[in-house]
Design a protein around this ligand. Structure first.
Ligand code: B12
Ligand code: SF4
Length: 473
């Protein structure tokens, strides 16, 4: 008879098919001799409860799910409630970004028993052992839980170097299925955890306390090569918060990719200041090893706003890193945030002007423009709280939270909001690579953007009617 107990891990429904790396991280760290790990993904199942019920039959220790702020909460909540309903004795554990920010609110829902805060591997492994052996959760570092219905917050667990964790066991998921669904044979891989910076709109400094650990380049090279031999992907998407944190690591990684002759391209997240500091020989090596695209948080187009949000970059660095990417033929996805509390319409217009200048530099530069939405755990939120700003107080309310926001943003007047929405649409048409079939529309869009003239936006209405915008959540 199989004496292994099952641990059920659930990824809530979402609109992109990134591999469920958080679940791979905690699942791979569990003792495989003692536990069978089952990962069920709400994005892949029509009715995830069918698979969850099957797992109920395999002597489960707990049901655990990873939750981001926003719409994933809806699905995580619905599934957790069904689990509680059908198997009331099975502990339900929530981990990841949202419950780490709001452990008490999360545990206010009767369907959730335990929250794991921050880095999850060790805490979850200890938790599962405790639950399996019926040991009290008192003092178990890194968790919050309900003790006879009363909210209990245990001491925090310090983040540890991720090099001490085993490689992810990709066998726990159907890699080929994710690759097919994401539209490209790409491997999602995370090579570091945390971030050393302090941007005041971001959850990372709260979650990882400005700690950062990265796998050694040799380890990444070995793991990626072994995975490539199995799955034959042609692209590696590094999902790190700040991939380019440590230049010698980047250099050695590029060298090992070249030496291993891996026929892959790759993507990584970069800050403008990191890019500018990177020496030309490292840029060269990155390009040679397959660096295809970087993602850079531009955030705002005035030094005043960048300083206010503690981005710790200079506006000029955005142009300088753009020039380097052009030199080495590397694409950039920039991301921009508008509508910070108290941000003037003029500041937003200035940001759009910088976007235009950067986009004009290369058709392989793209821009994602988002509206600011606050959540506690950072300096901006503290200031808002001091001014009696009302944050959501329940999981249901947070599940309606939308970062991208099709509705008008709180700190933008109606005219500026319209301008931003029009700009978001026309900048793509105006600056993307010209094609014969769209040439006339692209020329018109360029004229509109250059002249800030969005009267009678027929092209936009037509496009929205023919192909509604893809949602991020
Ligand atoms: C992949 C990804 C996505 C995927 C999600 C795929 C999925 N699984 O469903 C997609 C593309 C859908 C996505 C969308 C968005 N994302 Co996103 N995304 C990421 C990214 C780049 C990687 C996540 C990841 O896999 N990390 C690797 C794992 C190993 O790390 P981890 O998640 O931190 O997990 C550890 C701990 O948190 C903990 N843990 C996590 N889950 C669990 C569960 C249990 C049970 C336990 C015990 C522990 C545990 O243990 C893990 C190991 O230590 C992160 C940034 C990052 N590098 O983490 C942003 C990030 C999570 N995304 C974020 C945001 C803001 C967004 C978007 C709004 C888009 C945008 N503008 O960036 C949307 C909308 C989200 C939504 N509401 O739907 C924020 C999250 C903020 C928040 N409060 O939730 C992050 C942190 C980026 C940032 N710094 O702003 N995202
Ligand atoms: S650099 Fe990126 S991940 Fe780090 S704090 Fe700033 S926004 Fe967050």
């Amino acid at each position: 008879m199989n004496s292994k107990r099952t641990v059920i891990l659930y990824n809530p429904d979402a609109v992109f098919y990134t591999m469920p790396l958080a679940l791979l991280a905690i699942g791979s760290y569990l003792d495989q001799e003692k536990y069978s790990v089952v990962i069920i993904d709400g994005r892949l199942e029509k009715d995830p409860m069918i698979k969850i019920r099957e797992a109920f039959k395999a002597d489960p220790v707990c049901f655990a799910t990873t939750v981001l702020t926003g719409s994933p909460i809806k699905d995580a909540l619905a599934i957790s409630r069904s689990v509680k309903n059908e198997m009331p004795e099975l502990p339900v554990v929530w981990g990841g970004w949202h419950p780490s920010l709001f452990p008490e609110q999360t545990l206010n829902d009767t369907s959730v028993d335990v929250v794991v805060k921050g880095q999850g591997e060790i805490t979850f492994a200890e938790l599962v052992d405790h639950l399996k052996n019926g040991i009290s959760l008192k003092g178990l570092k890194g968790i919050c839980y309900k003790e006879q219905g009363i909210y209990t917050e245990n001491p925090e667990r310090a983040m540890v170097d991720i090099n001490q964790f085993p490689p992810f066991n990709y066998d726990l998921i159907d890699v080929n299925r994710y690759m097919a669904l994401s539209g490209r044979p790409q491997l999602d891989y995370i090579s570091s955890q945390g971030c050393r910076f302090r941007c005041s709109f971001c959850a990372d400094p709260f979650m990882y306390k400005r700690g950062w650990y990265g796998y050694s380049p040799e380890r990444i090279g070995e793991e990626v090569e072994a995975l490539w031999k199995r799955y034959h992907f042609n692209h590696v998407h590094f999902q790190d918060e700040t991939f380019f944190t440590y230049a010698p690591r980047v250099k050695a990684l590029a060298e090992t990719f070249i030496q291993r002759k891996l026929p892959i391209s790759w993507f990584g997240t970069m800050r403008a200041d990191q890019g500018v500091r990177l020496s030309e020989d490292i840029w060269q090596l990155c390009k040679q090893s397959g660096l295809e695209r970087v993602m850079i948080g531009m955030e705002a187009g005035t030094q005043e706003m960048l300083d206010w949000m503690q981005k710790d970059i200079k506006l000029q660095q955005l142009y300088d890193v753009a020039k380097l990417c052009i030199k080495y033929d590397i694409a950039i996805n920039f991301s921009v945030i508008v509508g910070f509390p108290g941000e003037s319409a003029e500041s937003i217009r200035q940001t759009l002007n910088v976007v235009k200048e950067l986009r004009e530099m290369s058709p392989s530069f793209h821009m994602g423009i988002f509206y600011f939405k606050p959540y506690p755990g950072n300096k901006i939120a503290d200031e808002l709280l001091a001014n009696n700003y009302q944050f959501s107080t329940t999981l249901e309310e947070w599940s309606n939270f939308d970062y991208v926001g099709s509705g008008q943003s709180e700190w933008i007047d109606a005219d500026t909001f319209r301008l931003v929405e029009n700009f978001k649409f026309y900048q793509n048409l105006a600056y993307n690579k010209r094609t014969t079939s769209k040439y006339v529309f692209q020329s018109l869009a360029r004229w509109r953007v250059e002249n800030n003239n969005y009267r009678f936006p027929i092209e936009k209405k037509l496009k929205e009617w023919l192909k509604p915008e893809t949602k991020l959540s």
